[in-house]
Design a protein around this ligand. Structure first.
Ligand code: GDP
Ligand code: MG
Length: 456
């Protein structure tokens, strides 16, 4: 039987805008207002039930005429904010994330990584809302803990409201440069055309209620209903992180967005060499809060998880699996070849191996590689080769070949990977430029500057 799952929500934005604190505040809401037994815990994400949101938001639910009209069960917040995590939430043709919150500091606007977040969100076609955070910093603002913004704004001196409006105005103008029409959320008439701005404070909790209610409204209007439908068949998910755990070996933290994953299942996922299968030995989830005795005793093994879920998978065969890889469970060995084919096809859409002219791209995961290539394509930069992992000698050779056509293609763009010293040396002696970094559009800006230089 199919059911409707909660939407996955990611938090994005520049460093220090308040992403972590905002997530803490939202999680706190759900802990403080939960029904006993309501909260389900996950690896890598937090479930906030709609009931908790409704209780927390009080009279604002009526003011926004949402009472009785929300059918989503709640929200699943992805716990790790940031570009890499967002990139790894990839799935074929888009993102596992259903919604994004772009957090900006209301006193400083978009900033570098805010712009990058925006571009990433747009490139994956994820609907988003803007949290204009640090509202309490508006000069003269009178804070009351956890008060909804709409009530708070009616209770301020005119000069504080004037400052706020000026800041929001600036933000709207800045966003319009990226082709985005935005407005304060209570002034938005058409959510399919305008992006709502919700003033928040992660410190005082003001505006958090508004943010959660806007997310609920936007979820029901903008996420295709089919996307939230989950089945009961073999699990489909994505690998978020692969790591070595003491006593367990290599484990994968994964998000399951459809179906069921059971202990003993075979899963097909992918490493550098292509599809790879593993047999699930253990599925690990955090213990419910009330059963947690000491910090050492945080996890428990479960027999099965159902979408939507975040889970730690202990399995034989996870060595070399790369984050951002798809994960498909198979329940019958007959289905194995097909699962391998599907995963293989998906991976070959991300990796590029061609003989056309273009730049060489390297990134640390399938997710970041796909994001980087998507971004370059949007900017009209052709890619000759794209792969996961540090650059190799062969990449230098490829770059030399590509340069023959256009000097601006004699380059390796390396996202979040280390450059082996011998490869660096060879690149230098062959006159191949390596541009390395952790911020996509810094790498791109540097590339643009360099390509202008080599052309002239
Ligand atoms: P992140 O880098 O985006 O995750 O930002 P953090 O959540 O770590 O916050 C960065 C700093 O800004 C911390 O010192 C927070 O206490 C502060 N901060 C975050 N949100 C707010 C807010 O709404 N108001 C004020 N005054 N400070 C905030
Ligand atoms: Mg943080």
């Amino acid at each position: 039987m199919a059911g409707v799952r909660s939407p996955f929500v990611v938090v994005m934005g520049h460093v220090d805008v308040g992403k972590t604190l905002l997530l803490d505040k939202i999680r706190g809401t759900s802990v403080a207002y939960r029904e006993p037994g309501m909260i389900t815990q996950h690896i890598g994400m937090s479930f906030v039930p709609w009931q908790a949101v409704e209780k927390f938001s009080g009279p604002l639910v009526d003011r926004l005429r949402l009472r009785g009209r929300i059918w989503i069960p709640g929200f699943l917040f992805i716990d790790t904010p940031g570009h890499a995590a967002f990139s790894n939430l990839r799935k074929r043709g888009g993102s596992v994330a259903d919604l994004a919150i772009l957090v900006v500091d209301i006193t400083s606007g978009l900033e570098d990584q805010g712009v990058e977040s925006l571009k990433l969100i747009q490139s994956r076609g994820v609907p988003f809302v803007i949290a204009a955070n640090k509202l309490d910093r508006i000069y003269g603002w009178k804070s009351v803990e956890n008060r909804p913004f709409l009530f708070a704004v009616e209770d301020q001196e005119w000069h504080a409201v004037a400052t706020l409006e000026e800041r929001i105005g600036k933000l709207i103008e800045e966003l319009s440069k990226f082709g985005i029409e935005a407005d304060r959320y209570d002034r938005v008439r058409d959510f399919t055309k305008q992006v709502p701005i919700v003033p928040t404070s992660a410190v005082t909790g003001e505006g958090i209620a508004d943010l959660l209610l806007v997310l609920a409204g936007v979820s029901q209007r903008l996420i295709p209903k089919e996307k939230l439908q989950v089945g009961e068949g073999p699990a489909r998910g994505v690998v978020m992180e692969v790591k070595e755990e003491r006593g367990l070996g290599v484990v994968a933290d994964a998000i399951i967005y459809d179906g069921r994953l059971r202990k003993g299942d075979v899963v097909v996922t992918a490493g550098l060499e292509g599809p790879k299968e593993a047999k699930v030995r253990m599925l690990i989830m955090p213990k419910p809060l009330e059963e947690m005795r000491d910090p050492e005793d945080r996890f428990m093994a479960v027999e099965e998880v159902k979408a939507a879920a975040g889970v730690r998978i202990v399995a034989d065969g996870l060595e070399g699996v790369v984050a951002g890889a798809p994960l498909l469970a198979v329940w019958s060995l007959q289905d194995l070849p097909n699962a391998r084919r599907l995963v293989g096809e998906e991976i070959s859409e991300i990796k590029i191996e061609s003989d056309r002219e273009g730049v060489i791209v390297r990134a640390d995961t399938f997710g970041t590689l796909e994001s980087t290539v998507l971004f370059l394509r949007q900017q009209g930069v052709p890619v000759r080769k794209a792969d996961v992992g540090p650059p190799t000698h062969k990449d230098v050779v490829e770059a030399v070949l590509s340069r023959r056509k256009n000097p601006a293609f004699g380059v390796i763009l390396a996202f979040n990977v280390k450059i082996p010293p011998d490869v660096e040396k060879e690149a230098t002696s062959s006159g191949i430029k390596i541009i390395r970094g952790e911020i996509l559009y810094r790498i791109f800006d540097e590339y643009l500057k360099w390509s202008q230089e080599v052309k002239t």
